[in-house]
Write a protein of this length. Structure first.
Length: 85
């Protein structure tokens, strides 16, 4: 089994004892992401801006691992409020 830990400085650093992503045998698993701008450490206020930041963070991790959004086959989005759906 080939296991590679992926970390990008273009996405927020993990706060807990986990990695941004792990690639195992050609499959990349990305940890849940928060809408924090890694350059400023700030979080946008609106749901649209937060969603855009999360996608930028995921894109940075994908790029670091040598993937693109075209390689994604499954994602899960957790919402704190269904009005944001």
């Amino acid at each position: 089994m080939s296991k590679i830990i992926i970390n990008s400085d273009k996405a927020p650093a993990p706060i807990g004892p986990y990695s941004q992503a792990v690639e195992i045998n050609g499959t990349l698993y990305i940890s849940g992401q928060v809408p924090v701008n890694p350059e400023t450490g700030t979080m946008p206020e609106g749901i649209q801006e937060q969603t855009e930041q999360v996608m930028k963070n995921i894109g940075a991790i994908l790029e670091e691992a040598g993937y693109t959004f075209k390689d994604v086959v499954k994602s899960t989005c957790l919402l704190s409020d269904m009005d944001n759906f």
